[in-house]
Design a protein around this ligand. Sequence first.
Ligand SMILES: Cc1cc2nc3c(=O)[nH]c(=O)nc-3n(C[C@H](O)[C@H](O)[C@H](O)COP(=O)(O)OP(=O)(O)OC[C@H]3O[C@@H](n4cnc5c(N)ncnc54)[C@H](O)[C@@H]3O)c2cc1C
Length: 457
Amino acid sequence: MTVQDLPIDTRAAQLREALGDRIVLTGDAEYDTARLAWNLAVDQRPFAVARPESAEDVVAVVRAATAAGLRLAPQSTGHAAVALSASDLSDVVIVNLTRLRGVTVDPTAQTARVLGGSQWIDVVAASAPHGLTALHGSAGDVSVVGYSLSGGLSFYARAHGLAVGSVREVQLVTADGALVRASADEHSDLFWAVRGGAGAFGIVVSVEIGLLPYADVVAGMLLWDVSHAAVVTHAWAQWTATAPESVTTSLRILHLPPLPELPPFLSGRSLVVIDGAILETDAAASALLEPLRALAPEVDTFARVPAAALIEVHMDPPAPTPAASSHAVLSGLPADAVDAFVAGAATPGLFVAELRHIGGAAARPAADGGAVSAIAGEYVVQGVAIVPAPETASAADAAVHAAVAALEPWHADAVALTFIDSTDTDAAPAYGAGLELLRQLKAEHDPVGVFVSARPV
Ligand SMILES: Cc1cc2nc3c(=O)[nH]c(=O)nc-3n(C[C@H](O)[C@H](O)[C@H](O)COP(=O)(O)OP(=O)(O)OC[C@H]3O[C@@H](n4cnc5c(N)ncnc54)[C@H](O)[C@@H]3O)c2cc1C
């Protein structure tokens, strides 16, 4: 008899014996809360959920699960749970890393050691007292590992590149249950692969990342009624075409539902919002913003703020949310593309249509980078819809795909890995010519496919 033939009860008993109350099995009272992902639209039903509290626990989880013939899926928050849901989880232990959080900053080296389940809010809070910050994204509750090892697009990206470029060292538990340190000079093949391959290569228990020397930055948002969407989006497209690399911004058309928690001037309105960061002096930032301010925004919060405040600027949902999204990388944003974006943003059921300006350092592959070090394009377009009930999921999916398809003539042969949050997006273009090597390394380090990840290689 092979481990695959073991009865389910035997496998469950083996996990329980190895992990005690750090494993939650299907029959347990806690199962339905333990399996919840950040994206509440995903009904993930794994064989079990493990909740390790240390690197040693992660080793124990991997050894016990593989001995029982089970596979493993690392999950820090479940922001990318839709992408993971493409895999059958009935023989998978989700390794929920929320109990493995902590950050130690070395202010002299300007680095941080970050435990595997830590979120950006943890890093920003620990770095700010030292006048430092990090290449975090727009949401503080996204995990450092899940974001950085899939690229990671921040409002510093055009100046400083993708967050994956700041990763100096990764400690992970590999398919054979070993705790391995991967860096430029130790297990360098694995270090290359995990920087892009993320959870397909192991369960990361800590990373060391480089920090940015910013105590404060010019950041904020400009907001108009949606009736100005065409004028503002055309102006932003022209503005971004010549904006220096010190400027990284996004433009969104938002359809806000009538919600009591929103201020009355926002509740139930459709808006166009530009936000981001400008790494310049106050005077240079003001000069850069002038053409956008000339369009008389209703709200203008751009100002010098503590760098930690940048994580609030995009106003991402503060709590787990049921959502669907789709994206594409664009090679440019000429006037016809702007018209298509504005038309697509009016798709019924859409919550947000977003354009992120990339290019600059975000588009330049790094010589010493990993499997992913850049995104080959100039903009990312993304559609997001809320999924209030399971029966609305297919309409939400259709809306987000329609918003992205509206810009099809300008789609580049590229994807932003972190923005893959659907079951039908091919991740291959993110790796380009490196895909073959990545697959070889996957076969070498995880020959039987123990690890299941949101963006399989
Ligand atoms: C509201 C919102 C805002 C966002 N903003 C941005 C943004 O500004 N920029 C951007 O680039 N992306 C953004 N994203 C996308 C986000 O960065 C990705 O979905 C990212 O992969 C989420 O990582 P996570 O660990 O939090 O999610 P999870 O779903 O927990 O993990 C995603 C994948 O990462 C891997 N992983 C996570 N933790 C580990 C670990 N410890 N060890 C090994 N593998 C691991 C696994 O393969 C897992 O399947 C946003 C997403 C949302 C929903």
